[in-house]
Design a protein around this ligand. Structure first.
Ligand code: NDP
Length: 455
């Protein structure tokens, strides 16, 4: 049996890598984890966590507007970006410290360097110019934003830069129509920045339930975001006043900031994987089997670098399952069949399972139950925004195939209803569940008549 410096060498201390390293070390494996940037990865440092803090900051504007309806007189309202940014960065640094502490307590060695794979059991530390051997290598290097190939795109920022802006822009243009584009458009709008969204397709959030896409686009427009669909960006020019975004139809938009939120690609460039014999797909993603193993039996990969579902909880589950399987002696898989997810726009969207369209394509008989209502809080607030819920049911088996929610706390609701859907709950199970009154979520268990029966 060959002897290695470590049992496990993890490349990348983000959500997937940190979880795998901690759990493997807990099983007694000798673990090292290399990180060239900050501990915590995209989610903690430049993604989910600071983004959610920005979402909170942006929503306070709406709360202040609503306050008068509840009898509150609110005085001077000014948003201080620098003060918020400092608080946000303190929180990110605190979490980074917790992540590093958890790794150390578990007994994993943190190596602050870029690691490159040089063989099935070998990595090279770039700055330290040192070669290390390991029984297993786990690639957990995540992904990074990709910019469209359009002249002047170098003037655009990506979501990575949004947390470090020196000041809020006077005006902003967001290119893209996915999670990141819409979340930052909502944030900027809430913080008082006039914002345009330029999306190339016919409706934002491709792949989501059609009605939710339409309703969200309408709600964002009503909140003041200039959401434009069917728009191609032809170029970005620097002007004396800032930037000009040229559109393919000849129109132009003046702005101070262009955020390109046009998707992310796996971080495999220059990682040495192909030389070590690891097969990648055409997008550069590492191809793995259900146990996260690559084409080289000692090399594994989890999280965004595999391009399965670009979500932190998926990376965490995959990292945990890998450690259980390889070091814990219990074969484990991350179940990716029913992934609840939220888009932290304002209003928020939560979704799990099949859209109405996907359900109809896959099942012969589908019943769709819907509720649309003005949340109680909005009435005194004088806000017309309505919440929307849809439950998609297999009319043959009564099984709930999908749940789609737009409205306040949709993310919280979808997490909980997601348990029922993942368990295979039927519409009858939903109906049998007593409502919690008065809540918005009670609508999910009081939907009596299908609004559409697809046969
Ligand atoms: P998405 O894939 O969600 O969206 C990318 C958007 O950019 C799409 O609207 C796409 O259009 C558009 N686009 C792609 N290429 C071009 C191009 N060349 N020119 C113009 N538009 C283009 O990626 P995001 O960057 O928004 O986010 C990456 C992933 O991160 C998400 O898929 C999600 O998994 C994860 N994420 C999750 C969050 C959450 O859970 N709340 C929050 C943020 C990110 P088209 O639809 O036509 O392809």
């Amino acid at each position: 049996m060959a002897s290695f410096d470590y049992d496990l060498f993890v490349i990348g201390a983000g959500s997937g890598g940190v979880r795998a390293a901690r759990i493997a070390a807990g099983y007694g494996a000798r673990v090292a984890i290399a990180e060239e940037s900050r501990i915590g990865g995209t989610c903690v440092i430049r993604g989910c966590v600071p983004k959610k803090l920005m979402v909170y900051a942006s929503r306070i504007a709406g709360d202040l507007n609503d306050a008068a309806g509840f009898g509150w007189a609110v005085g001077d309202r000014r948003f201080d970006w620098s003060a918020f940014q400092a608080a946000m960065q303190r929180e990110v640094a605190r979490l980074e410290g917790i992540y590093a502490g958890n790794l150390q307590r578990a007994g994993a060695e943190i190596i602050r360097d870029r690691a490159v794979v040089t063989g099935p059991n070998e990595v090279r530390l770039v700055a330290a110019e040192r070669t290390i051997t390991a029984g297993r290598i786990l690639v957990a290097t995540g992904n990074r934003p990709v910019l469209p190939d359009v002249p002047g795109m170098e003037h655009a920022v990506t979501s990575n830069d949004m947390f470090d802006l020196p000041a809020l822009p006077e005006k902003a243009v967001v290119v893209g129509g996915g999670y990141i584009a819409l979340e930052f458009a909502s944030i900027l709008n809430g913080l008082g920045v006039p914002t345009s969204v330029l999306y190339r397709g016919e409706q934002v959030l491709r792949g989501f339930d059609r009605e939710v896409r339409d309703k969200l686009a309408d709600a964002l427009r009503t909140r003041g975001i200039d959401v434009r669909t069917g728009v191609q960006v032809a170029g970005i020019d620097k002007t004396a006043a800032g930037l000009a975004v040229r559109l393919a139809d000849g129109a132009a938009l003046d702005t101070d900031l262009v955020l390109a939120a046009t998707g992310r690609r796996p971080n495999t460039t220059g990682l040495g994987l192909e030389t070590a014999g690891v097969t990648l797909d055409e997008s550069g993603a590492v191809i793995v089997n259900a146990l996260s193993q690559t084409s080289v039996s000692s090399i594994y990969a989890v999280g965004d670098v595999t391009n399965h579902a670009q979500l932190t909880p998926v990376a965490i589950r995959e990292g945990h399952a890998f450690a259980d399987t390889v070091f814990g002696g219990k074969e484990s898989f991350a179940d990716l069949t029913a992934i609840p997810t939220a888009i932290f726009t304002t209003p928020e969207v939560g979704t799990i399972g099949l859209s109405e369209e996907a359900a109809c394509a896959a099942h012969t008989a589908v019943d769709v139950y819907k509720a649309e209502f003005r949340p109680m809080r909005n009435i005194l607030a004088g806000r017309d925004e309505r919440s929307f819920m849809k439950v998609v049911v297999d009319a043959v088996t009564d099984r709930v195939l999908g749940v789609h929610i737009m409205g306040p706390e949709a993310g919280e609701m979808i997490q909980l209803v997601g348990i029922a859907v993942a368990m295979g709950a039927t519409k009858g199970d939903f109906d049998r569940t007593m409502a919690v009154h008065p809540t918005a979520a009670e609508e999910l268990v009081t939907l009596r008549t299908p609004s559409t029966r697809h046969r």
